[in-house]
Design a protein around this ligand. Structure first.
Ligand SMILES: Cc1cc2nc3c(=O)[nH]c(=O)nc-3n(C[C@H](O)[C@H](O)[C@H](O)COP(=O)(O)O)c2cc1C
Length: 336
């Protein structure tokens, strides 16, 4: 595998933690991050992460087994905190000896970190604030991903550049921090590494790789889009806290607004409770993403994409994308 000494020196702690050549993670993307993309990333020296999303334990079991057939390199599994079968999913990961579990989508449920570590796996957490990051790391998180609002999918309100300035100086000496959101080129990776990150996580840049099973029309929509087309959804009803989702503008994004109105109305009528209402909003996106990624319905489906989408212009093999990112980072570090 090609070497990029300056970049790899700065990535050393990240690589040791992940067990990889390069500390580049492909963030889990529901429907996209399945065995083909995940194994391709890991085989290219990066770290692939299966997106469990709403999968049942049986489906996750099959996906992990399928991924292991395609790679002998380390990969992780991303579990969403609100999944009702979280502990069964952790068991599945444990049975397969998955080395790293990423807990996403909110505060990890009580006992989940301990359950994962009980299987000998490492836990990667997300945190939107420094205080929460410290708490999760104290509670057993082995590494942290900070993800700015430039990212595709569910996002927080703060940009990657600001999160990096807040979190990295405070945590870099004692903790492992990976930076995500809006990274499309290696120069940006180099910048965050110099600030103390141990690696980077990208999603959008890998979503349309040759090995990605995303529908050709989904990929074409990415190739056509500019940064300004990847917009964050807005919350309509104060009672329905919508976690904003960044996706390419289409009819589906308008339908999401309509969906919020509809669910708000059901709440007014008392025909659904708050939990159910919030679930319906979340389910809208889960189903809509599948429609776009798998069925290629780029009108009504959800085209989750980050602002780096403008830098995704053609289908390329994962290994080529990884090599480009590493070379760009190495060149940038060489100039300094
Ligand atoms: C299509 C798509 C689906 C995603 N689905 C998930 C998911 O299921 N779970 C998760 O934790 N993050 C998800 N993400 C976020 C990615 O894991 C990653 O952190 C993000 O894409 C990084 O920012 P970038 O898009 O600017 O590279 C998704 C992103 C995209 C583009």
């Amino acid at each position: 595998m090609p070497s990029y000494p300056k970049t790899q020196a700065l990535m050393e702690r990240g690589c040791d933690f992940l067990g990889t050549e390069y500390a580049i993670l492909c963030g889990a993307m529901s429907w996209v991050s399945e065995r083909n993309l995940v194994s391709a990333i890991s085989n290219a020296g990066g770290f692939g992460v299966i997106a469990c999303g709403a999968m049942t334990p049986e489906l996750l079991d099959r996906e992990i087994a399928g991924t292991k057939e395609l790679t002998s390199k380390p990969f992780g599994v991303n579990l969403i905190s609100m999944h009702p079968q979280m502990f069964e999913l952790i068991e599945v990961c444990g049975r397969h000896g998955v080395g790293h579990v990423v807990l996403a989508g909110g505060i990890p449920p009580k006992g989940s970190v301990e359950a994962i570590k009980g299987h000998g796996a490492k836990v990667i957490v997300f945190a939107p604030t420094l205080a929460l990051a410290r708490k999760l790391l104290r509670a057993g998180g082995d590494a942290l991903v900070i993800e700015g609002m430039e990212a595709g999918g569910h996002i927080g309100p703060v940009s990657t550049s600001v999160l990096a300035q807040e979190f990295l100086p405070a945590l870099k000496d004692e903790h492992l921090v990976f930076v995500a959101g809006g990274i499309g080129r290696g120069e940006a990776i180099a910048g965050y590494l110099e600030m103390g990150a141990v690696g980077a996580q990208l999603g959008t840049r890998f979503a349309c790789a040759s090995e990605s099973i995303a529908h050709p029309d989904f990929k074409k929509a990415f190739f056509r889009a500019n940064a300004r087309d990847a917009v964050a959804s807005v919350q309509l009803d104060a009672r329905l806290p919508v976690i904003p989702v960044r996706a390419l503008k289409n009819k589906g994004t308008e339908e999401f607004t309509a969906k919020q109105r509809e669910v708000g109305l059901l709440l007014d009528q008392g025909s659904v409770d708050m939990g159910e209402a919030q679930l319906r909003i979340e389910h809208f996106w889960a189903g809509a993403l599948r429609r776009a990624v798998i069925d290629g319905d780029i009108e009504n489906g959800s085209l989750m994409a980050g602002q780096s989408v403008g830098m995704v212009t053609r289908e390329e093999p994962v290994a080529q994308i990884v090599a480009t990112l590493m070379r760009e980072s190495e060149d940038a570090l060489g100039r300094r």
